[in-house]
Design a protein around this ligand. Structure first.
Ligand code: MUC
Ligand code: MG
Length: 367
């Protein structure tokens, strides 16, 4: 059960509806399919999404670091020796989505090897999650209309509203329009991707006090250390650390510094092994977690789902699993499905997904 190869296949699938947010935008899913191959002929898969504005990685850098550094470092190691692999990958700093994809592909291969689903191997708490949809920047009426469409078509009633624009008035109008359109039974929360100052964020919180928001995320930069602490201290709802807490150590620092009191878990950056560490850290510290979306395709969303259902703590909140719907196509033979506002894990070993080789041939960019 030794790893004999780690393959990288870059691809590009356009978004039908590009996503814009305070730190960047996505028009094309220019992800990297990562395959871990074992000596028994088993192939585990995962995908790495380049997010240069969040982690500094690009599609080219992900392919290069895996082909030149990580692949050779893990070749010959047992598929079961995840701690060995972690130690070897950690000799290179950064590159979180490249490392995470290797980890998740190893879990997929392990599941296929023993005939067990990854979500059960991780903890097997439940088999479905409520879905939350992320609404990217647009005019108020368009964002409200998208929320209604997601509710009517998929039964989704939880929405992350992207905010962080200046002046703050446009986002205030957006939040109010969505709230008025969808009513108080829906869950609404905000993600600023560090776009505002703490003072702007505090003003927004005061102006939207009647909207019954469930939480807020990264409204201002965590690097504005004292201002962020000041903001979090006066915030009456959970303040989620996302890009400021990409590792367990970062999460610990941010929580202890009072820069957040909840954590976003993204398998795209911590894989399954690191996400377990973050989830258990959060549980030990008594802070809530939410399954976030790295603007994942269907492979990445299947990974988020597998992890989210595996733990009691991550199954509690609606998980951000639906933004692959904005892509014009994807790579799975059987697309993911959202029904009555929830997504259910597939039966079958590993991640329970299969890559469509014709689609991969069509969208890969290395030939
Ligand atoms: C999110 O939750 O912030 C946007 C940037 C990023 O790194 O992730 C997305 C979604
Ligand atoms: Mg976020």
């Amino acid at each position: 059960m030794k790893i004999i190869d780690v393959r990288t296949i870059p691809f590009a699938i356009p978004y039908r509806k590009p996503l814009h947010f305070a730190s960047g935008h996505i028009d094309v899913a220019d992800n990297v399919l990562v395959e871990v191959v074992t000596e028994d002929g088993i192939t585990g898969v995962a995908e790495a999404p380049p997010r240069p504005y969040t982690y500094g990685e690009t599609q080219v850098s992900i392919v290069h670091v895996i082909n030149a550094v990580f692949g050779p470092a893990v070749t010959g190691v047992s598929l079961l020796a995840r701690e060995q692999v972690r130690e070897r990958l950690s000799r290179t700093v950064g590159n979180p989505t490249a490392k995470a994809a290797i980890d998740m592909a190893m879990w997929d291969a392990w599941g296929k090897m023993i005939g067990a689903p990854v979500h059960e191997m991780l903890g097997g708490y439940t088999d479905r999650l409520q879905v939350s949809h992320m609404l990217g920047f647009a005019e108020p009426a368009a964002m409200a209309e998208e929320a209604l469409r997601m509710r009517d078509e998929f039964g989704i009633t939880s929405f992350k509203i992207k905010v962080g624009r200046r002046p703050i008035g446009l986002d205030l109008a957006v939040c109010r329009a969505i709230h008025d359109a969808i009513g108080r039974e829906a869950e609404l929360y905000l993600d600023g991707n560090r776009g505002w100052t703490a003072a702007e964020a505090a003003r927004v919180m005061r102006e939207l006090a009647d909207l019954n928001l469930s939480r807020v995320e990264e409204l201002c930069p965590a690097d504005d250390v004292l201002a962020r602490h000041w903001l979090v201290k006066q915030c009456p709802i959970p303040f989620v650390a996302d890009e400021s807490a990409p590792t367990p150590a970062d999460a610990t620092r941010e929580l202890l510094a009072g820069a957040a009191n909840a954590l976003s878990i993204k398998t795209a950056r911590t894989g399954f092994s690191g996400s377990l560490r973050v989830a258990h850290l959060a549980e030990g510290l008594g802070v809530p977690t939410v399954i976030g979306n790295q603007i994942d395709g269907q492979i990445g969303s299947a990974c988020s789902l597998a992890f989210g259902v595996s733990q009691r703590s991550t199954a509690r909140e609606a998980a951000e699993l639906s933004n692959y719907l904005d892509m014009s196509d994807d790579l799975l033979t059987e697309p993911l499905r959202i029904t009555a506002g929830s997504m259910r894990v597939r039966p079958g070993p590993g991640l329970g997904i299969e890559v469509d080789q014709d689609k991969l041939d069509h969208y890969r960019t290395d030939r």
